[in-house]
Design a protein around this ligand. Structure first.
Ligand code: PRP
Ligand code: MN
Ligand code: MG
Length: 180
């Protein structure tokens, strides 16, 4: 285990099993539709890569980069689009892939933009959800794990851009962010 991690919350195996389960559900629901999967960079990149391997219906995918946290552990409330999509969404059944929903600001902003581009439908899959931290109303269509209000890293999730490469999800030691 990494020295900055207090506790492993979900092992590689637990994550793999959940992602498989989500992929199976999504495959059932998107039969005969026009699935377009959008990865919200950077946090969702590992989840996205693993999830699409378990989706068995035809799909296209793209990446969007937005950021609201920067170097801090708190959302600034300002969502910046850093990289936009390369294709129009008209008639597509959009599935936004997020690693985690906290305040809900990032996603409510994204959903709003994508709906205005005349997507046929817009849904959300989030691997992690912290409903207790919500400041705007938002419920994902698919959720992996519901979490208490603890700062987690790994499997794509960062603290100050670090720890994204950990294959498991863990709770960061308080001393790591209190000295920042
Ligand atoms: C994190 C996370 C979600 C968002 C959730 O991204 O990956 O995208 O914050 O928070 P919210 O519900 O309060 O908006 P971040 O802005 O840290 O960028 P990153 O994905 O590049 O780490
Ligand atoms: Mn993110
Ligand atoms: Mg982040």
């Amino acid at each position: 285990m990494h020295n900055d991690i207090k506790e492993v919350l979900y092992t590689e195996q637990q994550l793999e099993q959940k992602v498989q389960e989500l992929g199976r559900k999504i495959s059932e629901d998107y039969q005969g539709r026009n699935l377009f999967v959008i990865c919200v960079l950077k946090g969702a990149f590992i989840f996205m890569a693993d999830l699409v391997k378990h989706i068995t219906v035809p799909l296209e995918l793209d990446f969007m980069a937005v950021s609201s946290y920067g170097q801090s552990t708190k959302s600034s409330g300002v969502v910046k689009i850093i990289k936009d999509l390369d294709v129009p969404l008209e008639g597509r059944d959009v599935l936004i892939v997020e690693d985690i929903i906290d305040s809900g600001l990032t996603l409510s902003y994204l959903i709003d933009i994508l709906e205005r581009r005349n997507a046929h439908s817009v849904s959300v899959v989030a691997l992690f959800d912290k409903p207790a931290r919500r400041t705007v109303e938002l419920t994902p269509d698919y959720t992996g794990f519901t979490l208490p209000d603890e700062f987690i890293v790994g499997y794509g999730l960062d603290y100050a851009e670090k720890y994204r490469n950990l294959p498991y999800v863990g709770i960061l030691k308080e001393e790591v962010y209190s000295k920042a």
